[in-house]
Design a protein around this ligand. Structure first.
Ligand code: FAQ
Length: 334
């Protein structure tokens, strides 16, 4: 019996299971969460826990593979061999992150094909940040510094998330993100210590990437439909607003060190709270991008769908080869 079938059977069993039995399973599950025990794929879990993990992990996986596109575009135009090698390694890492995350999703009984289908049909979301254009080399610096910087802040707490395969995937992902963030910061540093023109490129990239990077961490807590439940299940360990504040507090001193200005006239250190106060985020823009009306949504989706369609012959050939090999093995046994 396949793993998916066994999950379906489990669902049917749940339906015919007495309410009392389910309640006791729920209590055991909640107690395990309270003890910070990891939940593993074959353990009993509430259906909503399973579904919300598939939702978040698959959105995360989609973000990684769509996130390769704005940077992949710059590999051939990197200004030196060193930069090219580093960017190439970063983009490859992102493909790897997508694969770990898709595999983690599959342990919950959904197939890779279904997940891709959800992405390609526009049913599934991916991070808003990857719908912005990368127009200059400085954008490679800003993406690494800011986007990977925000990703690390979001993902380090996820190393401690309650679902085992997600938590374990995040440990490796975070190590690699840390290299990504540093390669981005190094690009920015080099530009900021270069000519006036180069410094202006770095400032321009910061101007364009700052606000989308803040948005990337999700809507404000009051508007975040999933946070409350996800915090209870220890899927999320910090709220969107907590992560955003941490990102701002960490990044502003780095901008100061670079000698460039964060494009927020309301940004101010607050002695009382020990945090930076910051200006109003344009949430209307965020929701427009999430709904598919950002500057590059169409371009990203068509690049992704075309790559998938153009690669069909490779997948078919690999499958045909695998089947042939299997058949030969069987023939030898007989
Ligand atoms: N974009 O209730 P919440 C990376 C949606 S990886 C689009 O707050 P939640 C590495 C949300 O899905 C970047 N949609 O949701 C890299 C929900 O809609 P739904 C991705 C967004 O899940 C770097 C609705 O709004 N990282 O950068 C966004 O509790 C460089 C309500 O929101 C992850 O996915 C958004 N920004 O909190 C790669 C990390 N924000 O599903 C290449 C894991 C929210 O009901 C280059 N994910 N929405 O239809 C998370 O931590 C969470 O899912 C949040 C959102 C914090 C993103």
């Amino acid at each position: 019996m396949s793993f998916r079938r066994s999950l379906e059977t489990l669902e049917i069993n749940e339906i015919i299971m007495s309410e009392e039995k389910i309640k006791s399973l729920e209590e055991i599950f909640e107690a395990r969460i309270a003890r910070d025990e990891k939940i593993e794929p074959k353990d009993w879990m509430p259906e909503k826990y399973r579904k919300t993990h598939i939702r978040q992990m698959s959105q995360h996986a989609h973000s990684e593979i769509i996130g390769m596109l704005p940077e992949g575009n710059w590999i051939t135009r990197a200004p030196s061999l060193r930069r090219k090698v580093a960017l190439l390694a970063k983009v490859q890492d992102e493909a790897g992150h997508g694969l770990y995350l898709y595999s983690a999703c599959e342990t919950l009984g959904i197939s890779r094909d279904e997940l891709y289908d959800q992405l390609h049909s526009g049913k599934a979301k991916y991070s808003s940040i990857f719908n912005y254009p990368t127009v200059s080399w400085a954008d490679m610096g800003a993406v690494g510094w800011l986007v990977d910087g925000a990703a690390i802040i979001n993902q380090v707490p996820l190393c401690n998330t309650s679902f085992g395969p997600y938590a374990r995937a995040m440990v490796r992902v975070c190590k690699e993100e840390s290299f990504h963030q540093r390669q981005g910061f190094e690009i920015m540093l080099k530009l900021c210590r270069g000519s006036e023109e180069q410094k202006a490129m770095a400032q321009d990239a910061l101007n364009r990437w700052w606000w989308p990077s803040l948005m990337m961490l999700g809507p404000v807590d009051a508007e975040s439909v999933h946070t409350e439940q996800s915090m209870k299940w220890k899927l999320k360990r910090k709220t969107n607003d907590e992560l955003r504040q941490q990102f701002i507090d960490q990044t502003v001193p780095q901008a100061d060190l670079l000698g460039i200005t964060v494009p927020d006239p309301d940004l101010k250190w607050n002695e009382e709270t020990g945090h930076y106060d910051f200006g109003e985020i344009n949430w209307e823009e965020f929701w427009q991008v999430v709904k598919g009306h950002g500057p590059c949504n169409k371009e990203r989706m068509s690049a992704r769908v075309n790559a998938w369609d153009n690669g069909k012959w490779v997948r078919d050939a690999a499958m045909a080869h695998a089947e042939k090999k299997e058949l030969n093995k069987l023939k030898k046994v007989v």
